[in-house]
Design a protein around this ligand. Structure first.
Ligand SMILES: CC(C)(COP(=O)(O)OP(=O)(O)OC[C@H]1O[C@@H](n2cnc3c(N)ncnc32)[C@H](O)[C@@H]1OP(=O)(O)O)[C@@H](O)C(=O)NCCC(=O)NCCS
Length: 161
């Protein structure tokens, strides 16, 4: 088997169709193209893709928002919100999800972001395991958060410690 070369790089609008494909194949939460582009406009460095031998294997898109801290009561902070992350099924379990998250965390720290969070289905055990491994912790459970009525955990990581 030939070795796989994984590269993490900034999303380019030319990648949009491939990213939309991966999103549709991987998750029930799908969005119109303008939504992806809006997130890209919010912080282009926090929208990353993973390439394996030139093929787009996964993406992560993250928005920077100001909002109430998940860690310090009634404090308004700069937060990274990971809106979506997915890796094509044939490229999973190779460390790509971890690499995308770690790169995004580096970018957020560079932008002096204090915290990062995302929502995840309570039964998405693989994703939860990945987030815990990176250092995210459970913040709260959102009842009926998803369109199909499923609950979500909000998971977060605090960079200010
Ligand atoms: C969740 C997802 C992004 C993980 O991507 P990935 O590239 O496979 O992740 P990694 O290879 O970096 O795995 C990192 C860790 O996550 C956990 N993990 C990921 N996939 C797993 C699986 N199938 N079984 C068990 N643990 C798993 C493990 O702890 C793994 O670390 P390890 O290999 O040292 O055991 C990928 O499974 C995916 O795209 N799923 C569908 C979309 C989705 O659910 N996105 C998250 C929405 S909130």
């Amino acid at each position: 088997m030939h070795s796989k070369r994984i590269t993490i790089r900034n999303f380019n609008t030319k990648d949009l169709d491939k990213v939309i494909d991966i999103n549709r194949l991987s998750l029930p939460e799908n969005y119109i193209p303008a939504f992806f582009l809006d997130i890209h406009k919010n912080c282009s460095d926090a929208f990353q893709v993973a390439e394996v031998n030139g093929d787009i294997a996964g993406y992560i898109m993250c928005r920077i928002e100001n909002g109430f801290s998940d860690f310090k009561r009634f404090r308004v902070v700069k937060k990274g919100h990971i809106v979506s992350i997915a890796v094509r099924s044939e490229y999973r379990k190779m460390g790509i999800g971890s690499a995308l998250l770690n790169e995004t965390i580096k970018v957020l720290r560079r932008f002096a972001v204090n915290e990062c969070f995302m929502e995840v289905r309570v039964n998405n055990f693989n994703a939860i395991k990945l987030y815990k491994k990176i250092g995210f912790e459970f913040i709260r459970r959102g009842h009926g958060y998803y369109q199909d009525g499923s609950d979500a955990y909000t998971m977060g990581i605090n960079f200010s410690n």
